[in-house]
Design a protein around this ligand. Structure first.
Ligand code: GLA
Length: 677
């Protein structure tokens, strides 16, 4: 039986204790207590939810074990709170631990108190049920304090962390919470040269008989003309735009040499077209409407995003999908007339909402720019936003998507359940599922089932459609996503633009690398740079260095790259992050390897990815709060001798190094290098 909670009220206790201590020491001016919760806690940055004063992150009473605390901060890893002590603080004390509202094996956190760049106290790894730990830290002479909760290396799921009873003893000015230190948005990406340079994927998959659309991505001054040697029969090239279209009748590998020419020079590069079962041989790159517009998306906004992707020049760096997320369908119960209307026609075909009057016209428009188009649905009757889902209509939906000309489907999980599946009865899909099950190497689990249904439906469509699973990593989707022909699968819950969320998700991908490869990618969710905000736009809350970390890590992870910001409001810094061809080449590399973590020392991590040319792309990351040297040892990479090191963001050789390479890495920042060729 659960023991009754003991309630600790400190309003009087703390004062009594301080007074008693003062009397004991014969002090005339006792240090006065200041509760952490008296300060502005809205400056707390964290990986999930909102920080709460005197409540847990879920809004319950702060509870550690069976003790309820009246005072404190309820937060969630990864959490960072900066304080300026203003010279007056003498002591900080607190009782920390995982709030009793979670009871999950995935929970693990580590609390740190950092003063002027030095770790003053660290809790060690604490899990659900670990007894609370009391800390007391002397702050004499310390100016700046950071209260941090890390994810203890395994991602942020269920990491509800309490700084209970947290207080300062002060003898002068009161401490103040402050924003993270300002960083200038320094652009590292050099401008592309005026001469032609062919970028983007060098390998492309298409299924026999299906429409092929591939735009040669090339930077350089226009006009530019394109040509290709050894183009296979069935494929034509538009010399002015660089667009390859057509279809291949026979499976096989076709190596084409692409040429680009302008008034300043020429470039050439091989493109391998692989006609077979697999598509998405490199991670998809493009834009998705959710992180900026959420439920306010419309056909005009989607067109504007396509136009901006061209106008900004991003297409020349390999970006090519324009994906509509939730809210193109009619809504279950919204009062908004632009979301109302019949859900389906008499034949069961899905009908878009009035904001999308002509889905085929929209797809044609996007294709006319040399781009591809995607949409979103859910295997339940309703999507996560409450719009019409695909349950019971998978075949009609897949057919409709193909007829409209869609190239990408993101398929969620919302409102689906095995209980619902049991009620499906003898719907048309059961036939296809039976044949799937017979051929499957593994039993079809409840979690795989709805994805297998849509897989079967998509397989009947006469079109290559990238299949993106979005069920947040349930049932270790990375171990079976490829079996249901998923081209990518979300490995986590939804990302947001905080350091805690982005780093908590990104660095938790360690170990998933063995499940990624050409045609099937782990997806740690969309990019959170630029102006975004899920319906009310604002600049990303990530600092410039955090944004470098985000893009570098997602490239190393061979993640799908889906820009989440308003494309019509791209600023120069965001554009520079998205247009560094040497960085993007790490993501688009033909070998299709995902980086793994090869070294970790506290907050410092080294991630490495094998590249097709035998070189290695390496990220030296600093998850800590002060600039620190991070080293990669050649032995950790399986290398010996001397190697040339190239800085990928600056596109600059740094010299030849024996045994190891060390760089100074800023707070929450990265140095991204390529070694070994
Ligand atoms: C889920 C997904 C998001 C987005 C929304 C739409 O939360 O994880 O990426 O697609 O649904 O409602």
């Amino acid at each position: 039986m659960k023991q009754p909670a003991i309630k600790i009220s400190h309003s009087s206790l703390g004062t009594v204790a301080t007074l008693a201590l003062a009397l004991l020491l014969g002090a005339t001016a006792a240090a006065a207590p200041v509760w952490l919760d008296e300060l502005d806690l809205s400056k707390t940055s964290q990986g999930w939810g909102e920080a709460h004063k005197n409540k847990s992150v879920d809004g319950h009473a702060l509870t550690l074990g069976n003790v309820v605390f009246e005072h404190g901060l309820g937060t969630h890893a990864e959490s960072v709170l900066y304080l300026n002590l203003q010279g007056g603080a003498e002591k900080f004390s607190a009782t920390v631990g995982v709030d009793a509202e979670v009871n999950n094996d995935a929970t693990s956190v580590e609390f740190s108190v950092i003063g002027d760049g030095k770790t003053l106290w660290q809790s060690g790894v604490m899990r659900a049920g670990t007894p609370a730990k009391a800390l007391e830290v002397n702050l004499t002479g310390i100016k700046n304090l950071i209260l941090m909760v890390g994810d203890a290396g395994d991602g942020i799921n269920y990491d509800h962390a309490d700084w209970a009873n947290a207080k300062f003893e002060i003898s002068g000015a009161r401490p103040e919470t402050v924003a993270a230190p300002h960083e200038d948005a320094v652009i590292l990406t050099p401008p592309a040269p005026p001469t032609p340079r062919i970028n983007g994927a060098a390998i492309f998959g298409v299924r026999p008989g299906h429409a092929l659309l591939f735009m040669i991505s090339a930077t350089g001054v226009r006009p530019m003309t394109f040509s290709a040697d050894h183009l296979p029969k069935g494929i034509t090239l538009d010399a002015k735009t660089g667009l390859l279209v057509g279809a291949l009748a026979q499976p096989g590998e076709y190596v084409v040499t692409l040429h680009a020419r302008n008034q300043f020079g020429t470039d050439q590069r091989a493109l391998k077209i692989v006609c077979g079962d697999q598509i998405a041989l490199t991670p998809p790159m493009g834009w998705n409407s959710w992180n900026c517009f959420a439920g306010a998306v419309s056909a005009e906004k989607v067109k504007a995003a396509a136009d901006a992707l061209i106008k900004s020049g991003l297409q020349n760096h390999g970006w090519n999908y324009i994906n509509i997320d939730d809210f193109w369908q009619t809504h279950r119960d919204s009062k908004d007339p632009t979301l109302q209307g019949p859900a389906r026609d008499a034949a069961g075909r899905i009908l878009p909402n009035p904001r999308f009057p002509d889905m085929k016209g929209l797809a044609d428009y996007v294709h006319s720019k040399g781009l591809k188009i995607g949409l979103y649905s859910s295997p339940g009757p309703w999507t996560c936003g409450g719009c019409v889902g695909s349950f019971g209509h998978e075949l009609e939906d897949a057919q409709q998507y193909a007829e409209w000309g869609f190239d990408y489907v993101k398929y969620d999980w919302c409102s689906y359940s095995p209980e619902l599946e049991a009620k499906r009865g003898s719907a048309t899909n059961l036939g296809v599922i039976k044949s799937w099950s017979a051929a499957a190497p593994k039993k079809l689990t409840e979690q795989m089932y709805p994805y297998a249904v849509m897989q079967a439906a998509l397989a009947k469509a006469d079109r290559d459609i990238v299949y993106s699973l979005c069920q947040y990593g349930m049932g270790d989707v990375w171990t079976w996503g490829a079996q249901v022909n998923g081209n990518c699968w979300r490995t986590t819950g939804d990302i947001t633009d905080s350091w805690g969320s982005m780093a908590g998700i990104g660095f938790a991908q360690a170990g998933h690398e063995k499940f990624a490869g050409p045609g099937h990618w782990n997806d740690p969710d969309m990019l959170v740079v630029g102006k975004l905000g899920w319906g009310s736009l604002r600049p990303t809350r990530l600092t410039p260095n955090e944004q470098y970390t985000h893009i570098s890590l997602w490239c190393l992870l061979a993640s799908p790259l889906l820009i989440g910001c308003d494309m019509t409001q791209l600023d120069e810094f965001t554009l520079s992050l998205l247009s560094n061809d040497e960085v993007l080449a790490v993501n688009q590399d033909s070998l299709g390897k995902q980086a793994g973590r090869i070294a970790k020392n506290g907050d410092l991590e080294v991630w490495a990815k094998d590249m097709a040319d035998g070189s290695k792309a390496i990220g030296l990351f600093n998850r800590g709060t002060t600039e620190t040297g991070v080293e990669v040892k050649w032995t950790d990479l399986g290398l010996t001798g001397k190697h040339l090191v190239r800085d990928l963001w600056r596109q600059k050789d740094l010299g030849t190094f024996a045994d190891a390479f060390k760089a100074s890495v800023p707070r929450h920042g990265v140095v991204l290098i390529r070694v070994g060729k």
